[in-house]
Every structure is written in structure tokens, then in C-alpha cells.
Ligand binder design. Structure first.
Ligand code: ADP
Length: 922
């Protein structure tokens, strides 16, 4: 699922919390969508639209009503105008007819002046729209006037205005009544004249003129109700002649009536006054308008209220979403109804995955019981001061949260706030561990600690200090100098030290002091002083650490004496001893013996320079100490003998790499003078060689008669062959072949004798040991070559059993021959009393499991008791009357010289078996 945007969280926040209680996530989403629309203003469109439609409808209704009203008014106006037009026209026509009667009377002369005035006056009074009725003769001179007393028209005056003249002429010309154009006096009064021609037998006798005042026409010709209802304006194209009201009306309910008669463009404009019936209509309009405004205002106010509420909710929502604390709403049954994104930030749990999940499911199993107990307390309405527990994160780890839960039981909800206190817990644990550590350190430390304030008053002592002075902390804290542990006789020095301490002038290497234990015992101590600085960086006193140096003094004294002993011992040694740095070869220590050899200034010099004069004879171990690490130590570097080429003395040198007192790698060399020993050894070796040679000579001596006998045979044979040849040569009867055969045989015998002599010479020849890889078969052949003469004499059968693939041995041939000859000879001699047929002696060899060649000489002789087998090898042990008892001893020495072993075992079938080993000759 894609992560939700901040807005989505915001939208959800508009949903009132209680409504969400029963909402499962899909419903919550729908609600959120609705809220989104609410926020987007869709909801406000409808009421605004309805309001607008309502206002428009009302206005449309008003317009329609007004139109209807206007149409009604127009109809009424049309009817009234029609009626008024008719009435005016009738009036004018009647007036015209009356004036015609008068004109007729004047033309016939039947109408006297008095009658004229009487009739016209009477008529004029009845029709006040006519202001004057006059008779003007053909010369346009006023003759008679009505009313008589008028000043406007005077008898005898002529028509002065051109319009009057024109109208007069038109009437007489057309012999029809003619209306003048409106005549406006300088005072502004307008009049209209109707000229009725006075014709007598077609001759003009002037005209009777009726004068209409424009105002009179409007006042008297239109009925009173008409004048009240309408504003009447008498006008021409050019000007307004008169009006029944000075008020200008802005109304479109008006009509124009063309007056004909009198014609001349004269017309009557009729405009309707506002009727009384408009007042309630306007009131309705105002009322509706007012209501619409009120409604619009209430909608605006509602909108403003909603906006401020939404803003408040947005702010609350932002707080909810941005809160670093975990906020959630939990149903009474424990299921999460709502959670803020802090759950994701702190626990890594996506918010949507939490809905519907039990909150207790997140709690660490060890904290579940305590948490449930707290929740039950809250559900019972008991107050809770908050609790903490561990909640599981998405990655399986747990974080410590402190919960503050506000139950809303009537809503069935818990409002929960959790603050992540993992770090605080960690630091608390760290502080606790640190405190415990410090406490343990304080308890276990052997150094006494004492703090004094700037005035010298003791403010702190640790248990070690209390132990050292034999007083309790309460007895010490608060004490001012002189302190109870100061020795009475030493007070002056103590005061001096304290003064230095308080002045900050205590020496860096501390004070050496003596204190008194409460039990009376004195202890030597060393005080180290350092300033005591508080958290604000201000010095509050001095901290002193007190170390008991009694023991260290004693140890130092012991060390010194141990060192002296050590030096004395080393200097007393005959061996030269020195220690040199493995890297720089600088001699760090040399004993007297070394200095005696290399000079008293040996220490500090380069060991290589001093010992270069020594040549190694046997380097058993020779390693470069440069690359040694402490882990490799101790390590043998050299073990062998060296000769000082200057003094020519021999030393056994043992060179070891060890860790020195300052932890660096050093070489410790012990050189023991072995010159005497070597000389003794050399002498021994020389004597041994002489002994061996003597032994061989003895062996030869022992075999002398046998060898003489052995040599005698070939010599006798040679002599015989030589004599035979001489005889044959002297007789002259000889055959060449016989002589050749005899000479060849003599030669063979001479060779045989020569071989015996060479072998004897080799055997007894004095020579230095010379080891080399030799075939054992060759050695055996040579040795048996001597022994078989004896064996033959003693009737012993020698059997040689050597594997064909036997590897060569690393040996001195003559020495091993000597060993073999001795063993074989002893075997032959041991079988003196053995029945002849059993006198077998075998020489066998094999390669043993230790990669050595093991040689066995086995006989069937008298043997020897088991307990005496080791005695055999002792010098001068012999059972023979003429024996020396040195043979086996020399044999063992020779074998051991060859790094081998010689031993004897009793043969199971009687007799002895002597075995020895030799190294392989690779
Ligand atoms: P010698 O032959 O001069 O006595 P050896 O050292 O060779 O000196 O021998 C020492 C003694 O060991 C002999 O006297 C003999 O008693 C005993 N001995 C040596 N070899 C044998 C053997 N094969 N069987 C029994 N005894 C032996």
C-alpha cells in the first residue's frame, strides 16, 4: 500500500472522533472522502445555489408582477386615454359648434352685441377652458369680446401676432374653423386659438375666435379623476405648453394623444402616477430582499464559523499528525480506532495496519500484566498517574513508552498519549550503572579520598579513607583542622601542608605524610591534591587522594635488596650474562664476567660489535629477534658453542628472547666458558679413537694365527703352482695351456692373499672418523670377510639376510665394520659348546619404523641371563679367560657416536641377539 500523504491524514482528522469509533477502515475512508469534499467547499455550493435560485425566482416573480401591473396600467391608461380623447374632442367639437353658431349669428347679423356677449359669456362660464370668445372683423380688428371686462382682448385692436393672422387667413380661405399653433405669452402662458370664419354669402365678415388657455384645457376638459390619476402634459414637437403637475415622472406607463382638433402637432402626453397598490409590492420586494440578505449573511456567518472550525480542526490535526508523541484512540475493548503517524516514526508501524488491532498486542510480554492492570483501573474510573511499558517495533525491537491515558467512558473510548522514553531509560540505566560502578569503585578502591571545602572543612571521605584512619564518615565530615588523624607530634608539618593545599600550591607529586589510625598505629601515606570543580565550573574545594605507601616502601626496600641479591648472584656467576635490546642491540645489562671479557663499559654498547669476534660452531637455534612480538616470548634464539677468535676460548652461548622489565623485547645471552670441557672432550675423543684402534689391533692380534693360516694357504698354493711350473719348464715337457692355467691359479691366489692383507691394513689403519652414506651390504661383506675365517675354523655357518632395497646408512665404514666384527666374533665364540649342526649365526637388517636401519646379529650360543644383559656393555666386563671386556663397550660408543642405539636381547631359541640402529644415509 502506498504511503498516505499528509493531506490524507489531515482529511481524516476532520471526522469527529466519536463517529470514527464504529468505523472500520473502508468506512473511515469514505468518511475521509466526504470530509475532503466538505473541505473543498462542495457542500457550500448547494446552499449558495439554492439561495441564488431563490433570489432569482423572487426577482423574476417581481418582474413578472411588475410587468403584469404595468400591462394592467397600460390597459387602463389606454382605456382612460381613449375616453379622455373622446371627451376632449367632444368638448372641442361642441365648443367649435357653439363658436360656429355665434359666427353664423354674427354673419347674418341676427346676433347683436349684447346677445353675443350674453350667449358667449354664458357659454364661457360653463366651459372655463375657453378663456375668451371674440369676434374679429374682416380687417382683423377685434369687435366684440367675452368676457367683456378682459384686458387681453380689447375692442378695436387688430390681431397683432403673425400666427393669429395666419390662422385667421386660413380659416377665411378654407371657410372652415382653424386652430392656431400654441401661442406663448411672455409670461409663459400658452393659448390656442380656434378661428371660426364669419361668412356672409361667401363674403368674409371676420371670424369668431375661441381662446383656450392650455392650463384651462388640461384642467377643465379632462375629468377630475383623470387628472388625479395621470400627469397630463400638453406639448408640441418643440415645447411643453402646459402640465397639470409640475412633478416630472420617470415612468414608462405613458401615452400620447394627438389632439385633432386642434391639430398643429398638439398632443397630450398622459403619464400614470404611481398607484397606491405599489407600496405593498415594494414592501414585499424589500422584505424578500431583506430576507435574502439575512439568509446570505447567515450563510456567510455559518461558512465563517465552519472555516474557523475547520482551521481549528486542521491545527488540531496538524498537531495530531506532527506530534512526536504517539497519540491514539482506543476502544474500550482495546482495539485501536485511530493512531497518529508518530507510531510509524517511533515504532516503524504503518498507521493503517494498526486500525482494529489490539493495542495490548504491541506490548512486551513482561509488561502485559501491569499494563492490563492500569487499563482496568482506568476503566473502573480510578485515577491513573501514567505508566510505562515496552512496545514492539516493526523490526522486532522494543521501545520504552510512558503512557498517559484519558478514558472517555461515555464514548467508550480511551484517549492515549505515549512518549518515547527509550533514550531516557537508556540514559537512566547508564546513569544507574555508572552510579553502581562508581559506588562499587568507591567501595573497592584502596585509595582514600577526602574532600575539603575552601575553608579546609572536610566535606567528603570514602570508605577507604575511613578504613585508613579508623574513623567513621560521620566523625570526619564537618571537621575543621587539626584533623583527628593528624599525629600530635607532626602538627606543624600537617598545618604547613594544609596551608599549601588551600593556597593551591600543593606539589604535583603530592605530600608524603604520616597519619594516625584511631587505634594508634602510624601509617605513611602520600596525598595527591586536585581542585574540586562543581558543575558551574566554580571551585568548591580540594580533593585529596591518599595512598598508603607503607607497603610500597617495604616492597621497594625488598625490591632493592632483591635487586642487590640478583646482581650479586649474576656477578658471582662464571658465565658471562648480558641483556641487549632486540631491536637496537644496545646492551642493557652485563654481569661482571661479561665485563671482564669485553671491558667494564660494555653496558650501553652495541652487542653485535662486541660479539662479532665469536664464530659459531654449532647453531642449534638461530633466529632473528627483530620480528618477535611479545606473544612469541620467551623464545630460544641460539643455543650453541662459539669461539672467541681473539682469546680462542670456547663458550656455550644460550641466547633467549624475553620480555624486559619495561615490556620491550630483549635478548638475554648467557655465555659459559667451555674451553676446558672441550679440551677434555677432544682428549676423550682422541683416546676413544686410540682405544678403538687398539681394539681393532687386538682383534687383529687375536685373529693373527687364523689370518696367518689363511694367508699361508694362498702362499702355499702359489708356491706349489710356481714350483710345478718350474718343474715343467725344467723337464721341458710342458704344455703351454697347463703353464697358463697354473699361472692363472697362482695369480688368483696372490690376489686372494692381497685382498686379505688390504682388508687388514684398512681395518687397523689409524684414521679420523669419516661418516658418509655407505651401503650396509658392503660393510657386512668386509666384516664377514674377516669373521668367516674364524667361523670356518669354529664350524659356524654365517647366514646373511639383507633386503636388496636396503637404503644406505650414514656411517663410518671402518667403525661399523669393527662393531659387526666384534658382534660376529662374540657370537662365534659363544657357540663353542653348541652342537655343530646348530652353529648358525645370522646377520640381518631391516628398515625400522623410526626410519633407521636396524642390524641384528643373532647366534645360538650359551646366551646370558636377562639381568646381566646391561652389564655386557660395561667396560672390562668379560666372562672369557683371555677377554678384555672392552669390545661391547666400544661398540656401544661407536653406535651412539652414529646417533644410534645398541642393545642385547636373549634369543627365544637360546643364544643372544645383538641389535643396533644406524641413521639413513640421505
Ligand atoms: P671380551 O670379548 O673381551 O670378553 P666383550 O665386551 O666383547 O669382551 O664381551 C664381554 C662379555 O660379554 C663376554 O665376556 C661374554 O661373556 C659376553 N658376551 C659377549 N657376546 C656374547 C654372546 N654372543 N653370547 C653370550 N655372551 C656374550
Amino acid at each position: 500500500m502506498a504511503p498516505r500523504s499528509f493531506q490524507e491524514y489531515s482529511f481524516r482528522s476532520f471526522t469527529p472522533l466519536p463517529r470514527l469509533v464504529a468505523m472500520t477502515p473502508p468506512f473511515a475512508r469514505i468518511a475521509a472522502l466526504l470530509e475532503k469534499r466538505t473541505r473543498g467547499g462542495w457542500v457550500w455550493v448547494l446552499p449558495n445555489l439554492v439561495l441564488g435560485c431563490f433570489v432569482l425566482s423572487l426577482f423574476a416573480l417581481l418582474v413578472v408582477l411588475q410587468r403584469y401591473e404595468q400591462a394592467t396600467q397600460r390597459n387602463a391608461l389606454a382605456q382612460d386615454i381613449q375616453w379622455a380623447e373622446q371627451t376632449i374632442r367632444t368638448h372641442l367639437t361642441n365648443n367649435q359648434e357653439f363658436l360656429q353658431q355665434l359666427a353664423n349669428g354674427v354673419a347674418e347679423g341676427s346676433l347683436a352685441r349684447e346677445s353675443f356677449q350674453a350667449q358667449a359669456g354664458q357659454y364661457q362660464r360653463n366651459n372655463p377652458e375657453l378663456t375668451h370668445i371674440v369676434w374679429v372683423d374682416a380687417d382683423q380688428v377685434v369687435r366684440w369680446t367675452v368676457p367683456f371686462e378682459t384686458t387681453a382682448w380689447n375692442a378695436g385692436e387688430r390681431l397683432s401676432l403673425p400666427e393669429q393672422t395666419l390662422t385667421f387667413q386660413r380659416a377665411n380661405r378654407t371657410q372652415q374653423p382653424a386652430y392656431s399653433v400654441p401661442l406663448v405669452s411672455p409670461e409663459g402662458d400658452a393659448t390656442i386659438e380656434v378661428h371660426v370664419p364669419v361668412l356672409h354669402e361667401r363674403a368674409s365678415r371676420g371670424a369668431v375666435i375661441g381662446i383656450y388657455a392650455a392650463a384651462g384645457v388640461l384642467r377643465h376638459l379632462a375629468p377630475a379623476w383623470f387628472s388625479e390619476k395621470y400627469r397630463l402634459v400638453l406639448e408640441t414637437d418643440e415645447q411643453v405648453i402646459g402640465a397639470n403637475s409640475a412633478v416630472e415622472l420617470q415612468t414608462d406607463i405613458s401615452d400620447i394623444v394627438s389632439l385633432n382638433p386642434p391639430g398643429q402637432g398638439l398632443r397630450l402626453r398622459v403619464s400614470a402616477y404611481a398607484t397606491k397598490s405599489n407600496v405593498p409590492q415594494k414592501m414585499i420586494v424589500f422584505l424578500i430582499g431583506g430576507l435574502v440578505l439575512l439568509m446570505a449573511w447567515s450563510l456567510w456567518a455559518l461558512g465563517a464559523h465552519m472555516r474557523s472550525r475547520l482551521r481549528a480542526e486542521r491545527e488540531r490535526d496538524r498537531l495530531f499528525n506532527l506530534s512526536l508523541d504517539l497519540l491514539c484512540v482506543v476502544h474500550l475493548d482495546g482495539h485501536i480506532v485511530r493512531a497518529n503517524p508518530a507510531f510509524e516514526r517511533v515504532l516503524g508501524l504503518a498507521v493503517e495496519t494498526l486500525y482494529g488491532r489490539p493495542l495490548i498486542g504491541l506490548v512486551h510480554p513482561d509488561d502485559v500484566q501491569a499494563t492490563q492492570e492500569e487499563v482496568r483501573k482506568l476503566a473502573r474510573g480510578e485515577p491513573s498517574t501514567g505508566f510505562d511499558n515496552r512496545c514492539r517495533c516493526a523490526d522486532g525491537t522494543y521501545r520504552w513508552l510512558v503512557w498517559s491515558v484519558n478514558p472517555a467512558l461515555e464514548e467508550g473510548l480511551f484517549y492515549c498519549v505515549a512518549h518515547d522514553i527509550t533514550e531516557r531509560k537508556r540514559s537512566e540505566d547508564a546513569v544507574r550503572a555508572e552510579y553502581a560502578f562508581r559506588k562499587a569503585m568507591e567501595e573497592s578502591v584502596m585509595t582514600g579520598l577526602r574532600a575539603v571545602d575552601m575553608a579546609g572543612r572536610i566535606t567528603y571521605v570514602n570508605p577507604a579513607f575511613c578504613r585508613m584512619v579508623g574513623l567513621r564518615a560521620e566523625q570526619l565530615i564537618g571537621c575543621l583542622p587539626p584533623f583527628p588523624y593528624w599525629p600530635r607530634d607532626d602538627n606543624a608539618e600537617q598545618w604547613h601542608n594544609l596551608t599549601l593545599t588551600l593556597a593551591g600550591k600543593a606539589p604535583a607529586n603530592g605530600f608524603k605524610m604520616r597519619i594516625t589510625h584511631a587505634g594508634g598505629k602510624y601509617t605513611d601515606v602520600r596525598f595527591y591534591i586536585s581542585p574540586l570543580i562543581d558543575a558551574d565550573g566554580k571551585q568548591t574545594g580540594w580533593m585529596a587522594s591518599m595512598v598508603d605507601i607503607t607497603e610500597s616502601n617495604r616492597t621497594r626496600a625488598e625490591l632493592i635488596s632483591a635487586h642487590e641479591r640478583f646482581v650479586t648472584v649474576l656477578d658471582g656467576l662464571e658465565a658471562a650474562v648480558y641483556v641487549a635490546d632486540a631491536r637496537t642491540e644496545e646492551i642493557l645489562y652485563a654481569n661482571l664476567a661479561f665485563c671482564a671479557i669485553f671491558g667494564p663499559d660494555a653496558v650501553g654498547r652495541n652487542s653485535r660489535e662486541l660479539t662479532d669476534c665469536c664464530t659459531p660452531e654449532s647453531a642449534l637455534l638461530l633466529r632473528d629477534p627483530q620480528h618477535l612480538t611479545l606473544a612469541d616470548l620467551p623464545c630460544e634464539l641460539f643455543d650453541g658453542e662459539l669461539q672467541n677468535v681473539v682469546s680462542e676460548r670456547w663458550y656455550h652461548v644460550r641466547d633467549r628472547a624475553i620480555k624486559w622489565v619495561d615490556a620491550r623485547v630483549v635478548r638475554m645471552v648467557i655465555a659459559t666458558d667451555v674451553t676446558e670441557r672441550r679440551q677434555t672432550e677432544d682428549e676423550n675423543v682422541r683416546q676413544q679413537v686410540r682405544l678403538e684402534q687398539t681394539s681393532r689391533l687386538i682383534s687383529m692380534g687375536e685373529m693373527a694365527s687364523t689370518l696367518a693360516h689363511e694367508l699361508n694357504q694362498p702362499f702355499t698354493a702359489i708356491s706349489n703352482y710356481a714350483m710345478g711350473c718350474v718343474s715343467q719348464l725344467e723337464s721341458g715337457k710342458y704344455r703351454r695351456e697347463d703353464l697358463l692355467a697354473a699361472m692363472q691359479k697362482a695369480s688368483f691366489q696372490a690376489e686372494r692373499a692381497g685382498k686379505i692383507v688390504r682388508r687388514m691394513r684398512d681395518f687397523v689403519r689409524k684414521s679420523e672418523p669419516n661418516r658418509a652414506a655407505v651401503a650396509l651390504a658392503d660393510i657386512v661383506e668386509e666384516a664377514i670377510g674377516f669373521a668367516e675365517i674364524e667361523a670356518r675354523k669354529a664350524g659356524v655357518d654365517i647366514r646373511i639376510n639383507l633386503p636388496p632395497a636396503l637404503p644406505p646408512v650414514y656411517a663410518d665404514r671402518i667403525m661399523i665394520e669393527q662393531v659387526l666384527l666384534n658382534l660376529v666374533k662374540n657370537g662365534i665364540e659363544a657357540m663353542v659348546h653348541t652342537p655343530r649342526k646348530r652353529r648358525h649365526l645370522s646377520v640381518a637388517a631391516r628398515c625400522n619404523e623410526d626410519d633407521q636401519v636396524e642390524v641384528e646379529v643373532c647366534d645360538n650360543g650359551h646366551g646370558i641371563a636377562d639381568e646381566e644383559t646391561e652389564k655386557l656393555f660395561m667396560p672390562f666386563f668379560t666372562t672369557k679367560a683371555y677377554g678384555m671386556g672392552m669390545g661391547l663397550n666400544i661398540c656401544r660408543t661407536i653406535v651412539e657416536f652414529h646417533n644410534g642405539r645398541l642393545w642385547a636381547v636373549s634369543n627365544s631359541g637360546g643364544g643372544m641377539a645383538f641389535r643396533f640402529t644406524l641413521p639413513l644415509g640421505e
